[in-house]
Ligand binder design. Structure first.
Ligand SMILES: Cc1cc2nc3c(=O)[nH]c(=O)nc-3n(C[C@H](O)[C@H](O)[C@H](O)COP(=O)(O)OP(=O)(O)OC[C@H]3O[C@@H](n4cnc5c(N)ncnc54)[C@H](O)[C@@H]3O)c2cc1C
Length: 585
């Protein structure tokens, strides 16, 4: 079992939970994990300010359009970023990094995302996923060998998981590493869509391997220049055109034993854990990018006049801006609460990071569309940033776990502990619902005595108790709905993806509300309720809107047209076309 976060309840025995969000599916609110709001470390704040200033300064000399034309952010830019300490943000200082917390890392990444999506992806491929595995699972020797060059930007990293036949179903990769008598491995296979492809010096690559007669996965550190490691053709992408996206070929690549990451057999788990972490970055990156869009939109609607007044004065314009502000507040709260969980030592944040990724990337997409709408015809012109932003960010809901698959993962891994409880009393056989879409953390459900979990949120500021009560009710309803679905479908629940999506959306909205309540409670405590009227307004708006979405999803779980929709799709597959001709052609 992974070490779990320990929760000390006042006067109650110490208990363990593996994940805050998973406990919600059990109808429990492990509020000590999320209250009080995780306060940032003041010493780190100073360093972050300096790093952000350096990032902005380097970014100001970078022309995103030129990056698109040249199709690379530029070796000089990478060198400057490295010299400024921006290529090894979380790496321990003894390897030349900045040693930032997850929160600190996220804050600097927001700045990258505000400068340019391509810059944030090149640096994200490098740090969030490229060498994160070495940081998390590397031996001391591997860390000493690789991290100083990577943290200083002298070398760039990449992450090679996807293959032509294995995208969302990454478990099914076909690249294979075979153990040699001298302890080395010979790797054969092919990868596609690999960022930093020809620019990367070090790649964390994944392959199948045999361990004790069983077919498993292995994580390998590949280095540019290894014989048989070939960089293939570059993809002509819609956006992120400065990201060097390539195929990679492995032809009898001899990988020494000292380049095996973790234990042979652990490869899939390493890949998923790295991605779990990377997904938080996509959430916080979306926060940063939306802040920029909001700034652009506010400037424009205040300045542009139509019908004799500024656009800003029209109610439909106000509604768009208010939606962006309040939703951004919710997303930001949720992403930084998740960073706080990671910083506090919670090891299982797989569900929370998936929630941040899905919510962040979809909110950013709609925010970009609304900001462009407000810009009118001018927004459609290529001298404005919107078309590039839309092209760049469209991939976010697809890569690092397609959002559809992430929703299934959130729901299925969330309902697993409850499924186990029900199977223990012989009420159903759930088995492993996740299949190959992720890695389950052990959930120590036995050690969570339900009767000692608070049924209501008690640590919220009294001025927010109305929302806290509503959220507590939603958590019980989530448990009720999950249990009902499990009893109705048993193991077949894995096939009911639309119901899974509803559960996933419900838990996301609950988690976001709790994050907002925690954040605003701490503002009230620090500054008083009266002077914090604006935050109260945002919390009221965000929570009541989220509660209404939760009610709507709960009602659709009860009554829906899922079967009809499934039948319509099957008929369309059979016809192979739309098939309802209005006119005879
Ligand atoms: C710009 C870019 C950068 C990338 N960078 C990297 C990188 O650096 N390293 C790397 O390893 N990979 C990278 N990728 C690959 C990326 O992670 C995959 O494209 C992604 O995982 C989806 O896999 P796929 O393209 O094979 O789509 P598929 O797996 O074929 O899925 C297509 C669509 O089908 C739907 N779908 C799939 N499975 C399910 C399901 N179980 N239930 C419901 N719906 C489903 C989803 O809507 C999904 O979007 C990158 C891709 C792009 C385009």
């Amino acid at each position: 079992m992974e070490a779990a976060a320990k929760v000390e309840l006042e006067g109650k025995p110490e208990r363990e939970v593996s994940s805050f969000a998973k406990s919600l599916f059990l109808g429990e609110i492990c509020e000590q994990l999320v209250f009080p709001w995780p306060a940032p470390d003041p010493a780190e704040q100073q360093r972050i300010r300096a790093l952000n200033a350096a990032a902005r300064e380097i970014g100001s000399r970078m022309d995103p359009r030129e990056v698109e034309e040249k199709r690379w952010v530029g070796d000089k830019t990478i060198r400057e970023l490295g010299e400024a300490g921006l290529c090894g943000l979380y790496v321990d200082e003894r390897y030349g990094g900045q040693g930032l917390s997850q929160t600190g890392y996220a804050r600097v990444f927001e700045t990258f995302a505000q400068i340019d999506a391509t810059l944030s992806i090149v640096l994200g491929v490098h740090q969030s996923i490229g060498f994160k595995g070495i940081h998390m699972y590397g031996t001391e020797e591997q860390r000493e060998r690789f991290l100083p060059d990577l943290a200083s930007g002298r070398k760039l990293a990449g992450f090679a998981l996807t293959e032509p036949e294995a995208g969302s179903d990454a478990y099914e990769i076909r690249s294979r590493a075979v153990l040699q008598p001298d302890g080395s491995w010979v790797l054969n296979g092919e990868k596609r869509y690999i960022g930093n492809g020809s620019k990367g010096d070090v790649f964390t690559a994944f392959a199948r391997c045999e361990v004790d007669g069983k077919d498993r996965h292995i994580a390998l550190i590949l280095e540019q220049g290894m014989k048989g490691f070939e960089v293939g053709e570059r993809y002509d992408t819609m956006g992120l055109r400065g990201n060097d996206l390539r195929r990679l070929y492995f032809k009898d690549v001899k990988v020494p034993a000292e380049n095996v990451l973790g234990e042979p057999g652990e490869g899939f788990r390493i890949a998923m854990q790295v991605l779990n972490n990377g997904r938080i970055g996509l959430g916080t990156g979306s926060v940063g990018a939306t802040k920029r869009l909001l700034d652009l939109a506010i400037d424009h609607v205040k300045e542009r006049r139509q019908f004799g007044r500024p656009l800003a004065e029209f109610e439909l314009v106000e509604e768009k801006i208010a939606w962006m502000v309040s939703h951004l507040f919710g997303l930001e709260s949720m992403c930084y609460l998740t960073c706080g969980l990671v910083d506090s030592g919670v090891e299982d944040y797989s569900l929370e990071s998936a929630i941040c990724k899905v919510s962040g990337t979809e909110f950013l997409w709609y925010a970009a569309n609304r900001a462009m709408q407000l810009k009118g015809g001018a927004g459609y012109m290529r001298d404005e940033p919107y078309e590039k932003i839309l092209r760049d960010i469209r991939i976010f809901p697809i890569f690092e776990g397609a959002n559809d698959v992430m929703r299934a993962f959130i729901a299925l891994s969330g309902m697993k502990p409850l499924g186990e409880k029900l199977s223990e009393v012989g009420e159903l056989h759930l088995g492993d619902p996740i299949g190959t879409i992720g890695v389950l953390f052990d959930y120590v459900s036995d050690r969570i005595a339900r009767q000692v979990s608070p049924e209501k949120i008690s640590l919220v500021h009294p001025a927010l108790s109305e929302h806290a009560d509503a959220v507590s009710g939603q958590v019980s309803a989530l448990r009720g709905a999950t249990e009902k679905l499990l009893r109705a479908h048993g193991h077949e629940i894995v096939e009911r993806q639309v119901q899974q999506r509803r559960l996933s959306d419900i838990v996301s909205d609950i988690y976001a509300q709790i994050a907002v309540l925690s954040r605003v409670s701490s503002i009230f405590e620090d500054q008083g309720v009266e002077p914090s009227g604006q935050e109260r307004y945002i919390a009221d708006t965000f929570c009541s809107r989220a509660a209404s979405r939760v009610r709507s999803s709960l009602s659709s779980i009860e009554s829906n047209d899922d079967e009809r929709m499934s039948a319509i799709a099957k008929l369309a597959y059979k016809r192979g076309e739309y098939g309802y001709a209005l006119f005879e052609d």
